[in-house]
Design a protein around this ligand. Structure first.
Ligand SMILES: [Zn+2]
Ligand SMILES: [Zn+2]
Length: 338
């Protein structure tokens, strides 16, 4: 099969992704299914994997974890799907199913978690394997596959942040940073009559946030929100802005941090800015949040402004992602349709 692999991590300008014409087609075993990939979103995590910001877990690896496609072959004990069924695959490729976290429904904390496009090969290829229980069932979903691909990562991650923020209908939500994850949160929040304030440095992101219904846009590094918020979702890695975010929350608020790394967080005024608040972080992905969000996205007919990328042009697309020059909020690779 045709595939893009990462063997040696290096800056994207030096082409860490290598094209392979005849990569072995994977064979599904036991309860695995083989999926013929039709669409795969490109994520900033793929850029980090290619460039070496995070070490490789296997070598070579096929990146890509925002996958939509059709079941193409079943392992001998796979029974959940039939050949030709449409499924989705996210970052969560499998967990052990036995540890205390898996047993109590907190599978994102499983120490044996396997991640798509990192611990196992992902979707920058014609075929990919997944355990049938970890594929999302898209048989009764009406959204087109190019919309479902980005839902597999920024969509589900946004829903995770939104859920653990505890925000309710009619309340006020603040966000810092406006990428695709924040976009999905904004769309869902506006459907629930939540007032949304967005802080971003980017003029283009300010315009997009206004277009999709943000009630206020600005930059809390320099100014306060018009009101203190009930929940705050924070995406950047700039720890120095955490106290600014907290200063714009009510004492009952939850602050959700979405980043994987963060510069030092210093809270100078505990009583004014931290007392009463709860701080949570997003950790990996969970299937229950994924299933919930796919249903919400389908009900709201959630689309996103996107750039469609040809399979042969992934390296150029990733360079545009690095430079912040993509045409739309996300990039989706079109790999082929049945
Ligand atoms: Zn991702
Ligand atoms: Zn486990």
């Amino acid at each position: 099969m045709k595939a893009w692999i990462v063997n040696a991590q290096k800056p994207i300008e030096e082409k860490p992704l290598e094209f392979v014409e005849n990569y072995p087609v994977p064979e599904p075993r036991e309860k695995e299914i083989r999926v013929r990939v039709t669409h795969c979103g490109i994520c900033r995590t793929d850029l980090h994997i290619a460039e070496g910001d995070i070490p490789l877990s296997k070598k070579p690896v096929i990146p890509g974890h925002e996958i939509v496609g059709f079941v193409d072959k079943l392992g001998e004990n796979a029974k959940r799907f039939k050949i030709g069924d449409r499924v989705g695959i996210s970052w969560l490729n499998s967990t052990c199913g036995k540890c205390k976290y898996c047993q109590r429904g907190d599978e994102n904390y499983c120490p044996d978690i396997k991640r798509t496009g990192y611990d196992v090969d992902g979707g920058f290829a014609e075929y990919v394997l997944v355990h049938e229980d970890y594929a999302f069932d898209l048989r009764n979903v009406s959204l087109p596959s190019e919309e479902l691909a980005p839902i597999m990562c920024p969509g589900i991650t946004g829903h995770y942040a939104f859920r653990i923020s505890g925000i309710r209908k009619g309340e006020r939500l603040g966000m810092l940073g406006f990428g695709p994850t924040a976009y999905y949160i904004l769309r869902v929040a506006k459907s629930m009559n939540i007032e949304v304030y967005i802080s971003t440095r980017s003029e283009e992101h300010k315009r997009t946030a206004m277009k999709y219904g943000a009630d206020w846009v600005g930059n809390i590094a320099h100014e306060d929100f018009p009101n203190k918020v009930d929940a705050f979702i924070f995406f950047p890695t700039a720890g120095k802005l955490v106290e600014r975010a907290l200063a714009n929350t009510l004492p009952s608020a939850t602050l959700v941090l979405g980043a994987v790394t963060m510069s030092p967080i210093i809270i100078e005024n505990y009583t004014a800015n931290l007392w009463g608040r709860t701080i949570k972080t997003i950790y990996q992905v969970r299937r229950d949040y994924g299933r919930e969000f796919i249903e919400i996205a389908d009900r709201l007919k959630l689309g996103i402004e996107k750039e469609i990328v040809k399979f042969s042009e992934i390296p150029e697309a990733m360079l545009r992602l690095k430079k912040g020059e993509i045409n739309g909020m996300v990039q989706v690779i079109e790999i082929g349709k049945i």
